[in-house]
Design a protein around this ligand. Structure first.
Ligand SMILES: *[C@@H]1O[C@H](CO)[C@@H](O)[C@H](O)[C@H]1NC(C)=O
Length: 385
């Protein structure tokens, strides 16, 4: 038995994983020298290998401009990026801010990122946006497009210009132990945005930012979020959906064991008041603690800022089978439960099961429009379904 183990161990060691240290490709850990080319060359070398490869980023600060890790001609389906250091964006926000993403993986399969800090240095761009000046839109810090079998573990993202992490057009992504932070007043800094993707799991993560902690766009399905601490921020939001007439639906979304602290929303579904064939179905919000949350439970199908671009002021997005189970804590406003559904496609199959929310120690209020469903167990404020 022991002999077999030794042979197996030797076998594994001999088929050793090749390691590509970015410093051997010229990366400098001084935070000042541009290391973009070095990272891309390390990526190219890892991609050219057909056995599992590790790209290693030692401690220190690495200045990176836009870095696009393209997978189209990548032969390798097991690339690990192990990051002990910090990747930092140029201090001039225009350099990355005019493109969609800063660190971008596209059409990759089997990429795992372990550890690391990414700092997009977004504070000056936020200030520009808040001052109402002409500024670039800003870049997503870390984006995965059209990729499969992704792992992101133990990543810290701070001060993103826009979204911190984007998962778009992907199949099977596992995000765990994420630490995401930006100022509570920073505009458009969603923590993790998931769109047109299936099989995404977000576990054990702490997100405090200026916009949604997790936002869920059209075409998201089989999404699992568990052990999430959110705040500051705008909560977990399905939507905004229903801007387009033809739009992929959202289905099978689970948010289990989450705390929301001082956030604008807890669990939200939000759609434009516009015609659309989109839908939201089979959603479970379970074991959620709200602490001083402005809108703990909200469905808003009348989203139409400045009352522009919403003919007839009704959403075509059909919302059905949304369950709220074991949700308790405090609301920062008297209306703790709000179901404002579409007058042309009312919400159906909403379930409230053991929901207990208080407003400053007093009873809170629930309001409903065009919303149907059932309540079970203790439900406070009492159900308006
Ligand atoms: C719903 O999504 C979960 C993962 O979040 C998956 O395990 C389950 O099979 C999906 N259910 C259906 C009916 O697709």
């Amino acid at each position: 038995m022991i002999q077999i183990l030794i042979i197996l161990t030797l076998f594994y060691c001999s088929s050793a994983i090749s390691t590509y240290n970015v410093q051997s490709f010229g990366a400098k850990s001084d935070g000042k020298s541009d290391s973009t080319k070095a990272f891309l060359n390390a990526w190219g070398a890892a991609c050219a290998a057909t056995s599992p490869a590790t790209i290693y980023v030692p401690q220190g600060r690495y200045l990176l401009q836009n870095a696009y890790f393209e997978g189209k001609s990548c032969k390798n389906t097991a690339i690990t990026m192990r990051i002990d250091g910090t990747l930092v964006a140029p201090s001039d926000y225009n350099i990355i801010g005019k493109s969609g993403s800063w660190l971008r993986f596209e059409r990759v399969t089997g990429v795992s990122i372990y550890g690391g800090t990414i700092d997009a240095q977004g504070t000056q761009l936020w200030a520009c946006k808040k001052a109402g000046k002409a500024c670039p839109q800003g870049a997503t810090s870390l984006a995965f497009y059209n990729s499969n079998n992704i792992v992101i573990s133990g990543l810290t993202s701070s001060n993103s210009q826009m979204f911190h992490v984007l998962i778009y057009g992907c199949k099977n992504a596992y995000l765990v132990n994420m630490k995401i932070s930006a100022d509570g007043n920073s505009p458009n800094t969603d923590g993790i945005h998931v769109q047109h993707s299936t099989g995404v799991t977000i576990m054990n993560s702490h997100i405090g930012t200026g916009d949604d902690c997790v936002s869920i766009g059209p075409g998201a399905s089989n999404l699992w979020i568990e052990n999430l601490a959110c705040g500051p921020g705008h909560g977990v939001s399905i939507g905004s959906l229903g801007w387009d007439l033809q739009e992929a639906g959202v289905q099978n979304i689970t948010v289990k064991t989450a705390t929301f602290s001082g956030t604008q929303n807890g669990v939200r579904v939000k759609t434009w008041a516009r015609p659309s064939n989109g839908f939201v179905r089979n959603v479970l919000f379970q074991h959620v603690v709200m602490s001083n949350v402005q809108n703990p439970i909200i469905i808003d199908q009348n989203y139409c800022p400045h009352n522009e671009n919403c003919p007839n002021q009704a959403s075509g997005v059909k919302i059905s089978d949304v369950t709220y189970q074991d949700i308790h804590g405090t609301s920062a406003m008297q209306v703790a439960v709000k179901f404002d559904c579409s007058k042309t496609r009312p919400c159906t199959g909403i379930t409230l099961d053991q929901v207990n929310l208080a407003y400053k120690g007093k009873p809170a209020i629930a309001t409903c429009a065009n919303a149907g469903g059932t309540a079970a167990g203790v439900v406070e404020p009492s159900s308006c379904l």
